[in-house]
Design a protein around this ligand. Structure first.
Ligand code: AMP
Length: 207
């Protein structure tokens, strides 16, 4: 399918690079960006009502129920009508159907494909900013974008990663099949450097 437009959902297994590339893509397009995972972690840290409902699922490395995920994005979508990049939504066929209906089919799913062994390698080496959600790898100690603190995510241990991978395979692989059948999916290789992957994004969203 052609992926021109201003409404994109990033999909892929944990640690595939959705956050890093999603942030870049939204800056490039000049549109809003939302990582549902980072927003959920923030709601939990802030102790909000929604955060309290979500916590039990994140603690178990399970997906939150669809109603909760949809509630999280609903208001945000309303305030981002000019374009958006969603990272980590949809993650179930029900969420994908909701998004298709909500946008009248005006979005493209971009899936980042990375071999599992490389994901395991990456997940143990990354940190996330508690304020802006930026994900950085390697030895970086301060967020390059804002004064927020960098922390290792609780669900970035190898044990937690394996559980999240199971949840991904169970719930999100069917989403890829569904989007493919609707001609709403582009699969990109997520291997190589951040810049290598970004080049592939650029070619895809400009063609
Ligand atoms: P992520 O930061 O994208 O890896 O997401 C972290 C966690 O947040 C996931 O393991 C899920 O528990 C939850 N989560 C994020 N987005 C969704 C979603 N669209 N549907 C269900 N659960 C989600």
């Amino acid at each position: 399918m052609s992926a021109t437009g201003r409404f994109f959902s990033l999909l892929g297994p944990p640690a595939c690079g959705k956050g890093t590339q999603g942030g870049r893509l939204s800056e490039y397009l000049g549109v809003s960006y939302l990582s549902t995972g980072a927003r959920l972690r923030k709601e939990i840290t802030d102790g909000s009502k929604l955060g309290k409902r979500a916590q039990v699922y994140l603690d178990r490395n399970e997906y939150v129920p669809d109603e909760l995920a949809i509630e999280l994005v609903e208001g945000w979508l309303e305030s981002s009508e000019e374009g958006w990049v969603l990272d980590g939504f949809p993650r179930s066929v029900r969420q994908a159907e909701y998004l298709l209906g909500r946008t009248g089919g005006r979005f493209a799913g971009l899936m980042l494909d990375v071999p599992e062994d490389e994901l395991r390698e990456r997940v143990t080496k990354r940190k996330e900013c508690v304020e802006c959600g930026l994900v950085v790898g390697g030895e970086v100690t301060a967020c390059p974008k804002c004064p927020g603190r960098l922390v290792v995510r609780k669900d970035d241990s190898l044990v937690a990663f394996e559980k999240r991978l199971v949840a991904y395979k169970m719930n999100t692989i069917p989403v890829l099949e569904f989007l493919e059948s609707e001609d709403k999916l582009v699969v990109l290789s997520g291997t190589g450097t951040v810049d290598d992957v970004w080049e592939r994004f650029l070619t895809t969203v400009s063609s």
